[in-house]
Design a protein around this ligand. Sequence first.
Ligand SMILES: [Fe+2]
Length: 129
Amino acid sequence: MGVIISIGSIRDPEQKEVGARLLKAGEEAALEEVLGRLKDKQEVKMTGEYESRENLSKETLDLEMARQSLIEELEAINWYQERIEVTKNDDLRKILEHNRDEEKEHVAMLIEWIRKNDPTQDRMFEGHD
Ligand SMILES: [Fe+2]
């Protein structure tokens, strides 16, 4: 369930406890509100963020940003593709198709950057099991 993952991403231990208490009590609406407020104040870690920022190297932080951006670009392609399939409006479909393909360009740009900055990942494109 998404809510459980979100509680794990709360930075402040006291707020995390509040979230866990609300979840246990089945107070989902109150929990969503707390999580939304914390997210607005950037007190919730982004996907894949587990360790304190200050302990991480610039290289790791840059790679993490690139990988997170890649996730978001791929998600955007899926969202555009679904809307392309359901819209009944031909003009809108053309715009959505254009936008979906731009996201594919962004994916390619990010993969290129990751390959340049993560030698192990780069090698995997040359050959793998
Ligand atoms: Fe994009």
